[in-house]
Write a protein that binds this ligand. Sequence first.
Ligand SMILES: NC(=O)c1ccc[n+]([C@@H]2O[C@H](COP(=O)([O-])OP(=O)(O)OC[C@H]3O[C@@H](n4cnc5c(N)ncnc54)[C@H](O)[C@@H]3O)[C@@H](O)[C@H]2O)c1
Length: 387
Amino acid sequence: MDKSMSIGVIGAGTMGIGIAQMAAEAGHKVIVFDTRKDALEKAMAGLRGLMDKLVDKQKRTRAAADELLGRISIAESLEYLAPCGLVIEAIVEDLKVKQEVFKKLDGALAADAILATNTSSLSVTAIAAACSHPERVIGLHFFNPAPLMPLVEVVPGLATDPELGPECVALMHAWGKAPVLCKDTPGFIVNRVARPFYGESLRLYEEGVADMPAIDAALRGVGFRMGPFELMDLIGNDINFAVTKSVWEAFFYEPRYKPSLTQQRQVESGRLGRKSGRGYYLYSNGAAELGQETTEHADAIVERVLAMLINEAADALFLRVASKVDIDLAMTKGVNYPKGLLAWADEKGAAHWLAVLESLQDRTGEERYRPSPLLREHGEKGTSFHN
Ligand SMILES: NC(=O)c1ccc[n+]([C@@H]2O[C@H](COP(=O)([O-])OP(=O)(O)OC[C@H]3O[C@@H](n4cnc5c(N)ncnc54)[C@H](O)[C@@H]3O)[C@@H](O)[C@H]2O)c1
């Protein structure tokens, strides 16, 4: 897979146009298709505007900007993608619609072309099942904004050719990204391991341990760029709640991922976050009125949220979702965590985190706090994740 390979992108929304830009930056010819002509035109105009800005700021020459734009063309139908060696789909998150597109692509592309999906929450295996050649279908999960966030989760489905994963990892390296290889399981790495950042923080609030500004401040205090409530307001409570619910359902109602009623009420009331002017915080002129920040119980808050995050990372490793290096890389490169969670676990030692979880489980009797067998093993033996 070299630069001479043309890349197709389907869906010119937030993710699609960012992916097209990256592929063109890496030197490929790119063909973009969207069923909505206005979406295509808007996306291309946005990209031209971005290039103009970079030229104005002298971050790029006019010639380089024009060359990049010249490598991207738009397609009037899926059939125009026929010359592409790799097509990346970034359309609406709906299994039926994606399956229809993959079925068409399967017939339209050369036999050795690769079909990738940018799905965040659907099964790559289920999307591939619509194709007569599922062995050439793979997940390439980029993060928003795609040109800036280095992480790409490379997700082979059940029927994917075993060589395709490493080939896509190499291609993503060539694009300057930070790829990780991960099993086709709900939430892949990041959207699975990150769940307690929100869930446990909501639980701490529900138990009255601290208010939202204090929880946000405590977690910012250990290096997270944003606290969980500010972040949920930025993502949108409707989106964050939907992701939580879909991961919980996809894991057959695993109690660790149970959604929060507090967040559900938030969504029901229309307090979606920044985009609606009010979420957990009130936004006037776009800025949050964060209110009083107190540091009461800061250590207890951090310990509890971190213990749950570390347990998720340990369990993802236990269930071979990805390697320990990739699990840590995913959280630092995909969601800007200050450290990898398994490396973080090793600082105090697994026994410490095991004790935090056991004490929570004793107190509540809840499965939610069940330690992963791998955390237990390291805790009991006194061994570390990274040795
Ligand atoms: N937005 C994010 O933060 C993010 C991050 C990672 C992955 N994703 C995933 O990427 C995909 C796209 O998300 P987005 O946020 O860019 O969506 P978006 O709504 O911004 O864009 C989707 C585009 O796809 C087009 N489209 C819909 N059906 C189509 C079809 N059948 N054929 C061609 N084009 C079609 C729409 O017209 C629209 O322009 C989803 O699967 C989403 O889960 C999103």
